[in-house]
Design a protein. Structure first.
Length: 189
C-alpha cells in the first residue's frame, strides 16, 4: 500500500512538472506573439503612364519587439478586385538606396508573388539578402511591383492589406489613391 501510494505520488509529480513546463512554453509563446511585430511608418507610390506601378512601404519593428525575419514575412495586398500574396525575393535585395528609392531595385524583376527589401537604416548590419532580419531602430522599404500584381493601380482605388511576420503583430495597409496624379512620386500615407 505504501509502495502504491509512492508510485501514485511520483506519477502525479511527473504530470505536474510536465504541465508546468508546457504552461511555461505556452506563456513564452504568447508573450512573443503580443510583443513582436511590424508597423508601417509611410507609404509612397511611383507613377508611370497615369498609374501607380510601384509601391514602397517603410517598415520597422514595434516598440519592444524581438527581431523580425522578413524572409518569413508575407505581404497581402488587394486593390478591391485582386488579392496578391507576396513573399521575400532575396535576388532583388538592396543594402542601400543609391539610385533613389524607386531606382535602387529593378522592379521589373519582381513578379506578382514577390517583394523586395531596401535597407534605409540598419545600425547593427543585421539585415542582409540571405538573412533579412530587422530589429530595434532599423528601417527598411518593402517594394512591390504593382504592375505585376494588378496591372498598376489607377485613380480613386482603395488598397488594403497586411504585412504579416511569421509571429507577432501584422502591419495594416490601407489607403485610397487620389483622384488625379500630379507628380511622379506620391505620398499615400
Amino acid at each position: 500500500m505504501i509502495i502504491t501510494a509512492g508510485v501514485t505520488a511520483s506519477v502525479i509529480f511527473q504530470t505536474m512538472d510536465s504541465m508546468q513546463q508546457q504552461a511555461l512554453r505556452t506563456s513564452q509563446e504568447t508573450i512573443k506573439d503580443i510583443s513582436t511585430g511590424l508597423k508601417i511608418s509611410h507609404i509612397s507610390g511611383y507613377i508611370h503612364n497615369s498609374s501607380i506601378t510601384k509601391l514602397v512601404f517603410f517598415v520597422e519593428t514595434i516598440a519592444g519587439s524581438d527581431a523580425v525575419d522578413l524572409a518569413e514575412t508575407t505581404v497581402q495586398l488587394s486593390d478591391s478586385e485582386t488579392v496578391s500574396i507576396l513573399h521575400y525575393d532575396n535576388t532583388t535585395f538592396s543594402s542601400s538606396v543609391t539610385n533613389g528609392l524607386f531606382g535602387s531595385v529593378n522592379s521589373s524583376n519582381l513578379s506578382n508573388i514577390d517583394f523586395s527589401v531596401l535597407v534605409i537604416r540598419d545600425i547593427d548590419s543585421s539585415c542582409t539578402s540571405s538573412n533579412p532580419v530587422i530589429n530595434k531602430n532599423d528601417l527598411v522599404a518593402i517594394l512591390v511591383n504593382t504592375t505585376s500584381c494588378f496591372s498598376g493601380i489607377s485613380n480613386s482605388i482603395s488598397v488594403s492589406g497586411r504585412i504579416m511576420p511569421e509571429q507577432g503583430i501584422s502591419a495594416t495597409i490601407g489607403f485610397t489613391t487620389p483622384s488625379s496624379f500630379t507628380t511622379t512620386i506620391i505620398d499615400l500615407r
